[in-house]
Design a protein around this ligand. Structure first.
Ligand SMILES: [Zn+2]
Length: 117
């Protein structure tokens, strides 16, 4: 897999997620494809509880998923935190089990052995 093609960038998220990004505050949204199943699962849980919730930003920071939503309460934020914590165990390139490693120049990423470089 060409590593430069591993990301999903707005406006190319799956439609049910993209529509919430379009309604949100339009921060830069981009994640590795390995995390897409995690984000899709999170969206299902949030959408059931908060049908009109919006996504202000969805990205990677310090090797973990950051998911900023609107129209949720503390419960929703707790759900998001659980999924963000999960992301530290999932390779953001391929979705296999991974760990958070330094990539150099202060960058961190969560990667499996195969994608650790
Ligand atoms: Zn991987």
């Amino acid at each position: 897999m060409a590593i430069q093609n591993y990301t999903v960038l707005s406006p190319n998220f799956p439609p049910q997620i993209q529509k919430r990004i379009d309604k949100g505050k339009k921060g830069w949204s981009q994640i590795g494809k390995g995390w897409l199943p995690l984000v899709v699962a999170l969206d299902v849980v949030l959408a059931e509880k908060y049908p009109d919730y919006t996504i202000n930003q969805c990205k990677e920071k310090f090797g973990g998923l950051r998911f900023y939503a609107g129209g949720i309460d503390e419960d929703g934020q707790r759900i998001i935190n659980e999924y963000e914590n999960e992301s530290f165990k999932i390779c953001d390139v391929c979705g296999k089990p991974g760990e958070t490693i330094p990539l150099g120049r202060g960058w961190m990423a969560t990667r499996c052995k195969e994608h650790a470089e």
